[in-house]
Design a protein around this ligand. Structure first.
Ligand code: ADP
Ligand code: MG
Length: 473
């Protein structure tokens, strides 16, 4: 009889995607069926509410379609915790695993942390963390492009140290990583004021570390990041890649906090494996918990973000113009917000109403044409081969003749600058060259441009050609 449940879930898995499925549906279990009532269990109140708000509807539809009749559900929470009560994370974890032993997919390699987030009842309110007041969950718009990262950040804010540790959020510039990081900080500070929260960019982390070593004040640094920290939020970790001593120190900080069951959230512009110069042992730790991405928002999400921004900044703008701007600016949220501000500022200066034509005239050179697909390495190779009258096969081949080596290096350089491809990936697309060849090519072209105006002009011409209407002359 309990097969009603497993069959329905099986049917849903391909539709929801394995990751979402493992995170949110697998932990919900069927205890028994009574007439038209399914008795379910959830490992925590948070999981119950999340399931009810996001997935219960689709699951019930699926069951109705399969069984030909409707069911009601009752969900029992297995842990007795109250929402604001501090539950030792280790207990929450054991309970979470009771109904279904399958852990979250990306968490398999992680050894269980030894101790929970320890909070002493009498501990005073911690100092307010250094947070931007605008970056809260309330002002973060959900969409398909950021759903996994946003829901994981929310889960971490509900149950720090318990389920996704570390949480690693990655994606391109201006897509909401820093916003989510601060949102976790705000939420935890508001709901658990005794937790000591440290939010820092990786760059500041490095500077503080170096300064503390020079000034013989390392003990203080250590206290701040290891002993007196309950939640560590680090922005743009890619910054420390290749900086050996800082990586080493971060490794120790990570271990100390992780072993004490403290929550760690890290953001970066790419996945751990793609960070050139990042130590393997760090890369592996960053993969222990959940790795979630943020992508460029779709049209619907861009419209919602613009609406919210217009409302909070009290900008009067019609739905038609909002849609128009969302269609013009597609790259990232920061540019989208900037576009709205530019349009409204210009309109105010000129004393004219904001119309679609006016928005187009202000944003003209910034707009991304609707048809433009992301630039590929193949397109770059083709353009470079044309420009220098060499064959694409030669760009990918081994010849070191200057007439070919130069165009090849330029093509690699442009591939690195204009696409999101990593060094190893670019090497692969150039006939399987080593990533160090690509790194050297990029360095060479960077340096040569300063001394060789002709080469600099070629690079600039190719860049303009490839970026099409986005080209800034
Ligand atoms: P990143 O750290 O990924 O480069 P940020 O978090 O700094 O990007 O986001 C850039 C700007 O866009 C910020 O002002 C942020 O508030 C806003 N933003 C990004 N994503 C969203 C979203 N989903 N909803 C609302 N605002 C967003
Ligand atoms: Mg950021």
């Amino acid at each position: 009889m309990s097969d009603i449940w497993s069959e329905a879930l099986e049917g849903l898995e391909p539709r929801l995607g394995a990751q979402t499925f493992d995170l949110w549906l697998r932990p919900i279990a069927l205890r028994k069926v009574e007439d038209d009532r399914l008795h379910l269990t959830a490992p925590s109140r948070f999981m119950k509410e999340w399931f009810e708000n996001h997935y219960l509807g689709v699951v019930l539809d699926e069951i109705r379609a399969r069984e030909g009749r409707a069911f009601k559900v009752e969900i029992e929470v297995l842990s007795a915790e109250e929402p604001r009560e501090i539950v030792p994370a280790s207990a929450a974890r054991t309970r979470a695993l009771e109904p279904t032993p399958a852990p979250a997919p990306t968490a398999v390699a992680a050894p269980a942390p030894a101790a929970p987030v320890q909070v002493l009842a009498q501990r005073p309110r911690a100092e307010a963390p250094n947070l931007s007041p605008r970056y809260r969950f309330e002002s973060f718009i959900h969409g398909a492009s950021n759903e996994l990262a946003a829901s994981a950040a929310w889960a971490v804010a509900q149950e720090p140290g318990a389920r996704f540790n570390p949480l690693f959020i990655y994606g391109g510039v201006g897509l909401g990583k820093t916003h989510l990081l601060h949102a976790v900080g705000h939420y935890l500070h508001a709901t658990r004021p005794e937790l000591r929260i440290t939010l820092q960019s990786a760059e500041r982390f490095m500077n503080e570390f170096i300064t503390s070593v020079r000034a013989n004040a390392f003990d203080e640094f250590r206290r701040r990041y290891r002993d007196e920290c309950d939640v560590l939020l680090i922005d743009d970790i890619q910054f420390i890649a290749g900086r050996d001593r800082t990586m080493d120190e971060f490794f120790h900080v990570f271990n100390a906090l992780y072993e004490a069951g403290k929550q760690i959230v890290v953001t970066a512009d790419r996945v751990p494996a793609d960070m050139q110069g990042m130590e393997d042992r760090l890369t592996s730790r960053l993969n222990w918990g959940l790795v979630a991405d943020v992508k460029a928002p779709d049209l619907e999400t861009r419209v919602a973000i613009l609406r919210q921004k217009a409302e909070s900044d009290r900008i009067e703008i019609s739905d038609a113009v909002t849609l128009h701007i969302a269609t013009l600016i597609r790259s990232n949220v920061r540019e989208l917000e900037g576009a709205l501000v530019r349009v409204s500022t210009f309109a105010a200066l000129k004393g004219v109403p904001i119309t679609a034509e006016f928005a187009s005239s202000v944003l003209g050179d910034q707009a991304t044409p609707e048809s433009s697909a992301p630039l590929t390495i193949e397109a770059i190779q083709k353009a470079v081969a044309n420009h220098f009258s060499v064959r694409i096969a030669d760009l990918k081949g081994p010849r070191r003749h200057k007439g070919i080596a130069r165009p090849r290096m330029i093509a690699m350089y442009l591939a690195r600058q204009m696409t999101t491809a990593s060094f190893p990936e670019i090497g692969l697309r150039f006939g399987g060259k080593d990533h160090s060849t690509v790194i050297n090519a990029c360095k060479r072209i960077d340096a040569l441009q300063a001394h060789e105006p002709e080469l600099a002009a070629s690079v600039q011409a190719l860049r303009s050609l490839l970026s099409g209407s986005m080209a800034s002359a």
